[in-house]
Write a protein that binds this ligand. Structure first.
Ligand code: DLL
Length: 437
């Protein structure tokens, strides 16, 4: 069957044409951020770089990097290039401190994002005939609304179920007969398991054909599991709220890497320690420049994701640069059931909680295909380890506090003073038992 595209002209554009387009857009966006975003003007002035020094995509390395701290220091609106009246939506994700990382979008930004999502849906086999079951969370997280508008842009039917309530998800999948599923890969496996437990005949009662899975790192083995359990083709979709949600890159049926929507988002790979740009096929930190964004354009944004880029041709005919599966992060951010969690958020909650000490260890695991997080924390010497009632109440209150800080429920294990291993060097606070490589 010939490959289908959402936007054939762009998706199969020759590399020289694409580079000319990227050059033209980079020159424009650099002038735009210099004129409209004070932190960028300051960064460029500091290194005596004028917008006119950027003559094409080959000059991108001259530009300064942007990091999450820049967003935090300018929270909430200091990085926006437009007035509030021109923004139409805000999204946000966790940051290392209590503050969220905020992203603002204009209507044009949302249109571009929906277009990239629609290109991804087509890669998963969707068409305007499709029913797209969206089990990513709706809200500040970009998963739900991102895929929602993508499905509508394609002209498909979106089913905005959001996350949770698995029994209802399964019921609706049967009743509405969705052919495309969007959720985290771990939830896809969980859904399959629950369907099997209920004796549902996948393939007969469930009509799914394809799915777009992302928001967390996953392996080829996991892809095989999802494909065989749900009888579908599983595609990997990548994105981040600061740039755009799902749809920044996505893989096609040939699985040669995730096609980067590089007419709108320009990727680079750098060495996270020396910050030197690395070439193709070398793993390093993914850095992205938004080429067309109006609301919150970002120049050379350090994503902290570890992956490599490739220019090898894909039999599907798409010509974009490809992102090889993200294998990890260059910071300590954990992704638990698709939710970004920084250990520092847990630490500040523990520090503000009476009766426990800042000696803790975080265990992350995957049980029955769902991520779990356990926080082992020492009680203060003033609390008696024998007072079961007091400990139970502490555990409950702490669990509530942690859940509201990180948006994921955690198991709390209270231990006697002195039992968490001390370190003379950098404390190793997290053990991740999930096998992702
Ligand atoms: O996770 C956007 C998204 C929603 C992508 C739904 C795909 C599907 P954030 O919450 O800002 O946005 O988290 C972004 O999640 O920097 C990666 O570390 C990780 N991530 C996202 N997609 C993938 C993927 C959304 N396909 C952070 N593989 C990113 C590996 C992923 N990691």
């Amino acid at each position: 069957m010939p490959t289908k595209y959402f936007n054939k002209e762009i998706e199969t554009m020759s590399r020289p044409e694409k580079e000319a387009l990227q050059s033209e857009r980079l020159v424009k966006i650099v002038k735009y951020v210099y004129d409209n975003v004070k932190p960028y003007r300051e960064k460029m002035d500091a290194i005596k770089l004028k917008p006119s020094d950027i003559k094409g995509i080959g000059d991108i390395y001259k530009l300064p990097y942007t990091v999450k701290k820049d967003l935090r220091d300018n929270y909430p609106f200091g990085m926006m290039a437009v007035k509030k009246k021109d923004l139409v939506r805000l999204h946000a994700s966790s940051a290392t401190t209590g503050k969220l990382t905020v992203a603002g979008y204009t209507q044009k930004d949302l249109d571009v994002w929906a277009e990239c999502g629609a290109r991804s849906l087509v890669m998963a086999g969707a068409s305007e005939e499709s029913i797209v079951h969206i089990a990513y969370g709706y809200g500040l997280f970009t998963g739900g609304l991102g895929m929602h508008y993508a499905a509508e842009k394609l002209g498909a039917v979106s089913v905005p179920v959001s996350s949770g309530n698995t029994a209802r998800q399964i019921q609706l999948l049967q009743d509405f007969g969705a052919d495309i599923l969007c959720c985290t890969p771990s939830y896809a496996i969980y859904l399959a398991e629950q369907m099997q437990l209920q004796g549902i005949e996948i393939g007969k009662d469930i009509k799914l054909k394809g799915g777009l899975f992302g928001a967390e790192a996953w392996t080829e083995e996991m892809r095989n599991e999802i494909e065989s359990r749900l009888h579908i083709k599983a595609r990997d979709i990548y994105g981040l709220s600061e740039i755009a949600g799902p749809g920044v890159a996505c893989d096609c049926e040939f699985k040669t890497g995730l096609h980067f929507q590089d007419d709108h988002f320009y990727p680079e790979i750098i060495d996270p320690d020396t910050l030197e740009p690395l070439g193709y096929d070398t793993e390093g930190e993914v850095v992205i420049t938004t080429l067309t964004k109006e609301g919150m354009p970002l120049i050379r944004y350090r994503t902290r994701d570890i992956a490599s880029l490739s220019l090898s041709p894909c039999p599907c005919g798409r010509t974009s640069v490809k992102l090889n599966k993200v294998t990890g992060r260059s910071d300590d951010m954990l992704i638990i059931r698709g939710v970004n969690v920084f250990p520092s958020q847990i630490e500040s909650t523990l520090l503000g909680f009476e009766g426990v000490e800042p000696h803790y260890h975080i265990n992350v695991d995957r049980v029955n295909n769902l991520d779990t997080i356990e926080i082992v924390v020492e009680i203060s010497p003033s609390v008696s380890i024998d007072e079961v009632k007091t400990l139970e109440s502490m555990k409950r209150r702490l669990a509530d506090k942690i859940a509201s800080a990180i948006s994921v429920s955690a198991k709390i294990t209270l231990v006697a003073p002195g039992s968490v291993e001390r370190s003379e060097h950098k404390a190793k606070r997290v053990t991740d038992f999930r096998k992702l490589k």
